[in-house]
Design a protein around this ligand. Structure first.
Ligand SMILES: CC(C)(COP(=O)(O)OP(=O)(O)OC[C@H]1O[C@@H](n2cnc3c(N)ncnc32)[C@H](O)[C@@H]1OP(=O)(O)O)[C@@H](O)C(=O)NCCC(=O)NCCS
Length: 360
């Protein structure tokens, strides 16, 4: 593993690290809460219970039994030591959003932290570089490392130095969205799948042209198989409606006065558990609309407005809306009254990170 400087190094996590990881997680999630991220639990009892979870999760990693490397299936976990003390950590989740040979494996960084008094020694950079190297060793040369960074976090400068660039924005809405008359919204039905497939296809083409490399290149045509897949997805969401408290998966569509399907939003909610405060996280995970078409833009605002109302009914305080960084609709949503920049999704090829330094 990477030896960065005398007295500091990065290695795979071990069962003995559970106590140190609990302290690091607590520091990280309270820091994120104070920066406008998801609210963290403050009660000692919750954190003690969470410590027990970490201990159980790591108990089989005793340095003699497998796994000995940072990865266990799709999950990687690294810690940084400084003079014999565990002072930092990062988790990595390996995923892939397609099948094309050039579509990268995604190594998503999670919970990166170096404790306050150990910062500025290069350990944060060493953790990200080691995560990039071990992900590439596992998934292959075409590996893209991604991270979500809160908008109010100066760590953006840190990622910038490592070669990351912004792919998506998440905006947080906390007030209702004004609707344009003539636009009607409702939950999608399987019969909408044909039209939905078409606007989804154009949204994929736009995302591709805006330079997001995480997905397969959009196909040149839309086939009946894809329409059936989307119809099945809608039917499945419908069948699962209400099956778990606080959990929603709904495609919301907007039609203009002529009945044309002009926009859609995939709305998801999930209840957060420890170490977060017990709140509902609500998100528009996919917004499909044409920024060059006035009715479609009005439709986008209408589906987001509808998602906001549904989120409020679920008890969520905010609705997060995820859009490509270059999408003007996303930029306009972020300017609505009661909206704020929540976070950025950044990414860099593993090879780029390994050539960079966090030092100027
Ligand atoms: C981001 C973080 C992991 C960096 O760890 P680190 O060990 O200090 O990072 P490094 O020493 O490898 O790199 C430091 C360089 O990156 C930049 N950098 C790191 N953190 C920065 C920050 N908070 N603000 C501005 N620049 C920062 C600096 O330019 C610094 O260069 P310098 O040494 O010349 O000052 C650490 O600040 C941290 O844990 N922050 C709180 C948790 C967090 O925000 N995690 C990221 C979640 S997305």
């Amino acid at each position: 593993m990477a030896v960065k400087a005398l007295g500091s190094w990065v290695r795979a996590v071990d069962a003995r690290d559970a106590g140190a990881l609990l302290r690091l997680h607590r520091e990280l999630w309270i820091d994120h809460d104070l920066r406008g991220g998801m609210p963290a639990a403050r009660e000692d009892t919750v954190w003690t219970a969470y410590g027990g979870v970490l201990e159980r999760q790591l108990s089989h990693r005793d340095g003699r039994r497998a796994p000995t490397g940072p990865f266990e299936g799709k999950l990687g976990h690294l810690v940084a030591e400084l003079e014999g003390r565990v002072v930092g950590q990062v988790e990595v989740y390996l995923d892939r959003f397609g099948f094309h040979a050039r579509t990268p494996h995604i190594a998503e960084l999670r919970s990166l932290i170096v404790t306050q008094d150990a910062r500025g020694h290069g350990l944060g950079g060493a953790l990200v570089r080691e995560a990039a190297a071990s992900s590439r060793a596992r998934a292959g040369d075409v590996t893209l490392v991604s991270a979500e960074v809160l908008a109010r976090n100066e760590a953006l400068a840190f990622y910038d130095r490592l070669g990351f660039r912004t792919l998506e924005r998440l905006s947080a809405l906390s007030a209702p969205v004004a609707r344009t008359p003539g636009i009607s919204v409702r939950t999608a039905r399987p019969g909408d799948a044909g039209e939905l497939t078409m606007i989804d296809h154009r949204t994929r083409q736009r995302r591709w042209s805006w330079g997001d490399p995480r997905f397969d290149p959009p196909s040149t045509s839309v086939g009946a198989d894809l329409v059936r897949l989307i119809a099945d997805g809608i039917a499945l969401d419908d069948a699962q409606r209400g099956s778990e408290p606080g959990r929603a998966r709904e495609e919301i569509i907007a039609r203009d006065a002529t009945g044309r399907l002009v926009a859609s939003a995939y709305f998801v909610t999930s209840p957060l558990g420890a170490p977060f405060a017990p709140v509902i996280r609500a998100e528009v995970a996919r917004l499909a609309a044409d920024p060059d078409d006035e009715a479609s833009v009005a439709g986008a605002f209408a589906v987001v407005g509808e998602a906001f109302e549904r989120a409020s009914a679920f008890g969520a305080r905010e609705l997060l809306v995820r859009t490509p960084f270059l999408d003007p609709i996303g930029a306009n949503l972020a300017e609505l009254p009661g909206a704020r920049h929540f976070s950025w999704i950044l990414a860099a090829p593993a090879g780029t990170i390994l050539r960079r330094s966090t030092k100027p």
